[in-house]
Design a protein around this ligand. Structure first.
Ligand code: GCW
Length: 701
């Protein structure tokens, strides 16, 4: 999406004829590594768009610049350059803060000024401008050369943007051996064979990709911190970590490390990691000071504790507030953050035990701790209470932690959504979660307002997500899965953007403006998640995948295992009773409006019926269909739709890059085939369990 290849040919054929008058000269006053990045991006982008390399003028004194008679782009921060401030009114100067920016053309459209309070803001403005110029080539039609201009139709550029979320983070689940946990796009770009990669260029390219969508933080190693990765905190590796930090810093991105809670033992050779032990606390303080000596703008620690066999404070009978606050104390002198994951549940459950409900776990663990976390601790909460299923309820924990900083965690990598072999554009799912009203403070208490910190007025908040990239040539395995990485960044910047707009942007930036191409690919993206949902686990019940690697159907794969992910299908019915009346009581973790809606079969939405209720196969949904007929119908339709996706793509042969064309064609054919496996396994399973015939007498085995 950074190809900038969609320049508009000029009226007389030549590309540069369409170039805006100001695009041939760039003026700056400030010197800084982020400003250098912004300059490189801007001149590279403009020359790709218009075929002319702009001249860059750097000057120490303001007087040497801003000769208004010379058309130019002028960029700078409010404090660091006079022209940046000069174009804004007092109230605008007060309103633009942090990473926000204003991009403005003067009346004569001879000058374009980019102003921000920060250098990061300037960089985001540059990416934004280049995106706008690529998406709306008519914007370039300025000056006397433009017919629109002559007829007074051209609107001058005047853009104000402010990121809605302050933390916009990516989590890498990369291991130092070069593997990636849940990675579907090849090996790690960060590590090879137990060492940090020497290919810093690729890290920089990644930083560039991320920054272009607005990402400002990255945790560079798996939250499951194994033996060798625990040593990232030690001298042996800190120098290497610092090199990555430099690459990301140039793009305004702060580096975090996932840390092993038992580091005092694993790295420090102590006997204990008890958060209340003085020696342990001192060890963290000293170690953290060493990290900051190597990386002065280090972001902090991302922690998975007492989760899936990882160590944590429970070992010492301490709770998670005690555990997190110890780290917070070590980080506080440096302005660092503890990002503490709430993915805590019993992963050694006995399937016979019907009283334990995994969905309840995060809320049961963390709600009682609300208000006890230090102010530089942020809880990272997965969007749902289970684990990134294609459909599950929204985590009730967001509605329950008024006095705690929190970020929402999404999964861009498609662990349960087709592993980048099936097409699944995830932005619509994320939008649905963000728009969910928790009623925490009455109507209008949407998750997006909790994630952005405004509802509870929290100092730290935002988005985190597990990346989907690897060493694969197109970064993401399935080329169209790039839309998810792009979409995550854009949504973190502004959760009000629609899934349609984000898809349209990504397709135009990536493939250009051919209307057939744009229409077909956005169409494919926008219906892809519904299609995937329809041929996989039905009605919100989730799972039904092969254990361990999680690809492909296996209805009972987890039914008698320790992971707490059951569907309870028998010959009468299916679903998990999570009601207060007769089930696990999970519904009570929501505020009254949602609790009542989910508790009652009458009001529970169809798509989540099996998440909340155990019902007979003959139960009639709001759609008018029985549960069993719904299962049959959606699975037959899902396969037809998956086949249609493959057919749609074929229409684009010759219209998109041939390498990308054939890669996607192969993947879509595989998806259509594999969807049949899903259909037949699920339909056959439920036909055999229920003994109920398909109304349409289609083939079930
Ligand atoms: O989704 C599950 C994955 C694990 C992962 C865990 C987590 C990194 O199957 O591979 O571990 O969640 O989020 O911690």
């Amino acid at each position: 999406w950074l190809g900038y290849h969609a320049a508009l040919p000029g009226a007389n054929g030549g590309l540069h004829k369409a170039a805006p008058i100001w695009s041939k000269r760039i003026e700056v006053q400030e010197q800084h590594h982020v400003m250098d990045t912004a300059l490189t991006e801007l001149s590279q982008g403009l020359s790709k768009l218009y075929g002319v390399q702009p001249e860059i003028i750097k000057a120490q004194t303001q007087d040497a610049l801003h000769n208004e008679r010379i058309p130019a782009i002028r960029l700078g921060t409010l404090d660091g350059s006079r022209f940046a401030a000069a174009t804004l009114t007092d109230s605008e100067r007060a309103a633009v803060h942090g990473e926000g920016f204003i991009i403005r053309e003067d009346e004569a459209q001879r000058e374009l000024v980019i102003s921000s309070a920060t250098l990061q803001g300037v960089l985001y403005a540059v990416f934004h401008l280049l995106r706008e110029l690529t998406l709306k080539p008519e914007r370039a039609q300025t000056g006397a050369a433009s017919d629109d201009m002559k007829h007074g139709k051209h609107k001058r550029i005047d853009i104000t943007e402010q990121p809605v979320n302050s933390l916009r983070m990516i989590n890498q689940w990369d291991n130092v051996d070069g593997s990636i946990e849940r990675g579907y796009a090849g090996r790690s770009i960060f590590y090879e064979n137990g060492e940090f990669t020497r290919d810093i260029k690729r890290i920089r390219d990644y930083a560039r990709l991320l920054a272009s969508t607005g990402i400002n933080a990255v945790a560079i190693n798996n939250v499951n911190v194994h033996r060798k990765e625990s040593l990232f905190l030690a001298e042996r590796y800190l120098g290497e970590v610092a090199k990555f930090a430099t690459a990301f810093r140039d793009y305004g991105i702060r580096l975090f490390l996932s840390a092993n809670y038992a580091s005092p033992i694993e790295v420090g050779g102590l006997q204990s990691a008890d958060p209340l032990d003085e020696q342990v606390r001192e060890w963290w303080s000293i170690q953290t000071a060493k990290v900051y000596a190597a990386i002065p703008d280090f972001g902090g620690y991302l922690i998975k504790a007492d989760s899936e066999n990882r160590p944590g404070p429970f070992t010492y009978n301490r709770d998670h507030a005690e555990g997190a606050n110890m780290l917070a104390e070590a980080l506080r002198p440096f302005g660092g953050l503890v990002i503490w994951r709430c993915f805590v549940y019993n992963c050694k459950q006995d399937w016979r035990d019907r009283s334990t409900d995994r969905a309840r776990a995060a809320y049961d663990h963390f709600k009682p701790l609300d208000g006890r976390f230090a102010d530089n601790v942020i809880l990272q909460i997965k969007n749902g209470p289970m684990d990134f299923q294609v459909r599950e309820a929204v985590s009730p924990l967001f509605g329950g932690m008024e006095n705690t900083n929190q970020v929402i965690e999404f999964q861009i990598t498609q662990e349960y959504t087709g592993q980048q072999r099936h097409l699944a554009y995830l932005v619509p799912q994320w939008k649905e979660v963000l728009d969910f009203d928790t009623y925490a403070k009455g109507e209008g208490s949407e998750i997006k307002r909790i994630a952005d910190g405004s509802l509870y007025r929290r100092p730290y908040s935002g988005f985190a997500a597990v990346s989907n990239i690897g060493a694969d040539a197109c970064w993401t395995g399935h080329p169209l899965a790039q839309a998810n990485l792009y979409g995550y960044g854009r949504l973190g910047w502004n959760p009000e953007l629609s899934a349609e707009q984000i898809a349209d942007e990504w397709v135009r930036l990536t493939f250009g403006h051919d209307e057939q191409v744009v229409e077909r690919i956005t169409g494919m993206l926008l219906c892809s998640l519904d299609i995937y949902e329809s041929y996989t686990a039905p009605l919100g019940v989730g799972w039904m995948v092969n254990p361990d690697h999680h690809y492909g159907p296996n209805v009972d794969g987890y039914e008698y295992s320790k992971w707490g992910t059951y569907h309870f299908a028998d010959c009468h019915g299916i679903g998990v009773d999570r009601t207060v009346k007769s089930g696990t009581g999970y519904t009570s973790q929501y505020h009254a409006e949602n609790a009542a809606r989910y508790e009652s079969l009458e009001t529970c939405p169809d798509e989540l019926i099996l998440f909340f209720h155990h019902v007979p196969y003959t139960h009639v949904l709001h759609s008018g269909k029985t549960v069993i007929q719904h299962i049959y119908d959606t699975h037959f339709e899902g396969v037809e739709q998956a086949e249609a996706l493959a057919e749609t793509w074929k229409e684009l042969e010759g219209k998109v890059d041939p390498v990308i064309y054939s890669k996607v064609a192969t993947l879509q054919a595989e998806q259509a085939e594999h969807a049949k496996e899903w259909r037949d396994m699920i339909n056959t399973y439920f036909y055999r369990k229920s003994g109920i015939q398909d109304e349409h007498a289609r083939t079930i085995y």
